[in-house]
Design a protein around this ligand. Sequence first.
Ligand SMILES: Cc1ncc(COP(=O)(O)O)c(C=O)c1O
Length: 497
Amino acid sequence: MAVNGTTKADGTTLPDLSHHLSSETRSRTENPMKAIWRLAQETPGLINMANGDPHHTLYPISEITFKVPSVSQADPVRAWRTGESKTQTFISSKDEQCALRLRSALQYGSGSGLPEVREALQQLTHVLHKPLADHAITMSLGNADAVTKCFRLLGDPGDAFLAEEFSFPGMTNAPIAHRIRWVPVRLDKEGMIPEDMDRVLRQWDEGKQGRRPHVLYTIPCGQNPTGSTLTLDRRRKIYEIACQWDLIIVEDDPYYFLQYDKPPLDAAEIEREGFAKAFTRNLAASFLSLDTEGRVMRIDSFSKIIAPGMRLGWITSNSVFASHLENLIDSSTQHPHGLGQAFVTEMLVGKGGWHTDGFARWVKSLCDEYQRRRDFLASLFKAELGSSGYATVEIPEAGMFLWIRINLEEHPRYCKQSTGKSNTLALMKELFERVRQAGVMMMPGYIFAIVDEDNPDAVNDIHERCNYFRTTFAGMEETMEEGMAIFGEAVRAFFEG
Ligand SMILES: Cc1ncc(COP(=O)(O)O)c(C=O)c1O
């Protein structure tokens, strides 16, 4: 296996990226008990009396049957919802032959996850992204866990990280306590603007501003909160800039499978290459798939495609970063729960499992379902506010969110000074309160704003551009119908009252 700074099979060399590791990461040593555990695993015939591992004969579980929809039917998600679905079962057994026996799944293991599930996800990731051969899979407790661990892996107090100017506070909040500063990059409906990223890095004055940002955190598909999806052209440019300025890209992509308005899949192609490959061809190329240097840490989750309570996801990264992540996990959370790993392994490679093609059939059908919901919510918005001129919306190509622009310039109390400073933030806070009191909750845009500490002037002040609400189409039709009617009325009253 190639490692950073060594030669790949094709003769080219991967750059050594270890200077990106935080001092916390570099000073963390291997958990000595895990080192002994690994030694015991690697030595056949050794009598292991070292680790306090409860013996599997004492586990009060012998078998788990997961009843799931059959993916052999057309549109399995719709059939499942309407109760017309055929079902199939994944069986995890403690002692009988299966893809991941519960005696292993329920035992202590290595921080990076059980080999069976990592192997299954390696195969899936290979079909979807074809990463560099050096890359390794590390299991996580979902993207929130994975992203925050990557921030700790890379960030030193005083470092600055780049992010889209509106981003997901669940993630961007976390490293602030470690004194990481966020630097916003402008975005529009096609995602982050590469020229702005380049401008930020080019204009950076290390004498005044400290170390130039060395990490980019991005949500490339159905960006949370704006719903934007990066075009291929922009992805290529951003990757090039990352190489030029030596950045690590943390690609947080929980909405990757929920990409809409794609052409129908070609039956001959499915026949020839299988469903997963044909489906993947329609999806946007990930940063991981563009990565030739090992500088992308890709973060995937089962939250949006199986269930959030699974608390399971996976990180794909170069092997050096993966081994440091394993050290972090071995000395903190330990590996994710065995039941989730057992489910995923049976699903992807078990005898009665969906396998890669069936899994792709499920997520394609799920994607069709969310596309219907997106269209439904967009049609409600149009009916309520479409012709009012008070609000507008871009239809997102991916994800779970509509990003509704409130056209405050049309509001009778809107005012803007000659300096460029306006009362946008105050009006948005007022509208948020009115909408809430009317009986519906939507996320106000200002909570997602990444504030540029070095650019407090009015033109660059993100609060001048925070006249948005984020709302979701993840819920049921009735909720959307009721909520959008209340929202429409509240917005009209705000402008006309
Ligand atoms: C951009 C982004 N990252 C991470 C997460 C957290 O995902 P998980 O449930 O996998 O931790 C979410 C969830 O909404 C998200 O939108």
